[in-house]
Ligand binder design. Structure first.
Ligand SMILES: NC(=O)c1ccc[n+]([C@@H]2O[C@H](COP(=O)([O-])OP(=O)(O)OC[C@H]3O[C@@H](n4cnc5c(N)ncnc54)[C@H](O)[C@@H]3O)[C@@H](O)[C@H]2O)c1
Ligand SMILES: O=C(O)[C@H](O)COP(=O)(O)O
Length: 528
């Protein structure tokens, strides 16, 4: 593969070696945004940790970029909107550092409760002050975990072995699921009231920004301890610093900061606050895991495939991949056919999933994205792919809807696409046969049995003798071979449809001649 990959943060050598076997790799760490903008245009992929800000400017300058890999969990340093719009696949390695972050949180919790860092600093300064560093035990304390994802639940397991009572808040985890993990689920307000120690493990998003602030701190127990090993910004730094100084909060342990490195953070220099420089994922094991994970995903994407942990495109569960893929290919072809034969400006795309597809669930998204790709890719300057398809449709004012139904007109499965334009609408249906082949089974209500491949002429004409013959003659005179033909009509003597599979492109002059024939209402050439 002749690809260039830029690694702009410290990644473990194991992943870089995997890349070097297949592609050119440059490791350049510590680049400023301007330096990254100046260099990125030569690269097909960019691999980062949290140290690189992948801004809109960087993404715009990366004309060849197809993949951005995050060797870790959080993707808040990547402008996802800009990457998605450009169709760049963004993937992370969410599992590789879970245990490292969990263990660091436990280390911070124990250090916080026993003043370990302060005691160490004191001893290193030549002191021996035993009474100054009186601690508290974890035993029988209530631990409030905000965010019960990968890390939150691993912390629950470990904390329960210290005989802590575990309470938790996560709007996306049911009470039953939390209970099965030994966590008593409750509202955030209640958790703040009950917890002796609060640890946050959510992503930094609009809803979690400053979830711990001067108001919510007031509702907490006096002497509460607070830990943030997730993301700076989840806690209002000034509010926390003030609360520790006032004694309302007994202490805090902070690994992550609103701005990193945190030059002016109010959390620095406060005796009750212990800090580490974003070390949650910094173990040999975690770094090896995440580096290998993004390296493999990078090669998959550059090779034309998908990535295991894509964060900006629909993901199909691995066990459904083989069954969904043929429909994704069919949908793309149906989209491509529709855009070439429908009249007018497309305003709406309706996707109807029938028969066995009627219970496809959220995996329909991938098929819909591929349908949009087929519809828009041929007419746009920039590539449309499964990543940016829905953003591109939205940008062009095309509304997209999906329906799942058991009805399938007698087919085992039936994918129907209806486009509404400013001059009318056109509906086509396709199916995957029992033997695996794909067919377009209806166009504008006419039953078909069309293999969606190669070049086709689709005409509407008056159902009377001679029309089909004359069209065939025009093609024959132009040395265009007809490989297959299908005709359909609702009623004899009225409008009919003709689909001609031809061996090669049909020049516009020949299409004009067909359109000029008496009895032909319209004729369109399409390549699938
Ligand atoms: N310090 C480090 O070096 C380090 C290392 C790894 C991960 N992290 C960070 O830790 C955090 C958690 O990582 P993870 O792998 O467990 O992620 P995860 O996606 O597995 O879990 C996040 C959980 O937060 C929940 N959540 C979302 N919105 C919420 C809200 N408003 N209130 C409460 N819960 C909400 C989600 O439902 C989910 O269960 C992330 O911010 C990640 O970036 C930090
Ligand atoms: O989100 C993550 O995975 C952690 O914050 C780790 O970040 P790092 O890769 O920069 O250590």
């Amino acid at each position: 593969m002749k690809f260039n990959v830029l690694v702009s943060d410290d990644l473990a050598e194991e992943g870089i070696e995997i890349l070097r076997e297949k592609v050119m790799v440059d490791v350049q760490t510590g680049l400023s945004e301007d330096e990254l903008v100046a260099t990125i245009e030569n690269y097909d992929a960019l691999l980062v940790r949290s140290g690189t800000q992948v801004t809109e400017r960087v993404i715009e300058a990366g004309k060849k970029l197809r993949f951005i890999g995050r060797a870790g969990a959080g993707v808040d340093n990547i402008d996802m909107k800009a990457a998605t719009k450009r169709g760049i696949i963004v993937a992370n390695a969410p599992e590789g550092n879970t245990l490292a972050a969990t263990e660091h949180t436990m280390a911070m919790m124990l250090s916080l409760c026993r003043n370990t860092p302060q005691a160490n600093a004191s001893m290193q300064a030549g002191e021996w002050k035993r009474s100054k560093f009186m601690g508290v035990e974890l035993n029988e304390k209530t631990l409030g975990i905000v965010g019960l994802g990968r890390i939150g639940r691993e912390i629950a397991k470990r904390a329960s072995s210290f005989d802590m009572k575990i309470i938790g808040y996560d709007p996306f985890i049911t009470t039953e699921k939390a209970a099965a993990m030994g966590i008593q689920s409750m509202s955030l307000e209640e958790l703040f009231k009950q917890a002796d120690i609060i640890t946050v493990h959510t992503p930094l998003i609009k809803e979690t920004r400053h979830i711990v602030n001067s108001q919510t701190i007031k509702t907490m127990k006096d002497g509460v301890r607070i830990i943030n090993c997730a993301r700076g910004g989840i806690i209002d730094e000034q509010a926390l610093a003030d609360a520790v100084k006032s004694g309302k909060v007994a202490g805090a342990a902070i690994d992550v900061f609103e701005s990193e490195p945190p030059k002016d953070s109010p959390l620095l220099g406060v005796p009750g606050i212990i800090t580490t420089p974003h070390l949650g994922a910094s173990t040999v094991e975690a770094q090896k895991n995440v580096s290998i994970s993004v390296a493999k995903q990078c090669l998959e994407v550059l090779n034309g495939g998908s990535a295991k942990y894509v964060v900006n495109a629909p993901i199909i569960p691995a066990d459904l991949h083989d069954s969904i893929q043929p429909f994704a290919i069919l949908a793309e072809k149906m989209g491509r056919l529709l855009v070439q034969i429908a009249d007018g400006r497309i305003q709406k795309l309706e996707m109807i999933y029938g028969g066995e597809l009627g219970s496809i669930g959220p995996s329909s998204k991938l098929i819909t994205h591929m349908a949009i790709k087929g519809l828009l890719d041929p007419i746009l300057r920039f590539p449309v792919n499964m990543v940016n398809a829905s953003v591109v449709a939205q940008d062009r004012g095309i509304s997209v809807s999906e329906t799942q139904t058991a009805e399938s007109a007698g087919y085992k499965n039936l994918l129907t696409m209806n486009v509404v334009t400013d001059t009318g609408s056109l509906c086509i249906s396709g199916s995957i046969l029992y033997q695996g082949g794909s067919r377009i089974v209806s166009i504008a209500g006419y039953t078909m049995d069309m293999i969606p491949e190669g070049a086709v002429i689709i005409s509407r004409h008056l159902d009377k003798p001679g029309v089909i013959g004359r069209a065939s003659t025009i093609l024959g005179e132009s040395q265009i071979n007809i490989a297959g033909m299908q005709v359909g009509r609702f009623k004899a003597g009225e409008e009919a449809i003709m689909v001609l599979n031809v061996d090669g492109d049909v020049p516009e002059g020949v299409m004009e001649a067909i359109r000029g024939m008496p009895g032909i209402y319209s004729a369109k050439f399409a390549r699938l």
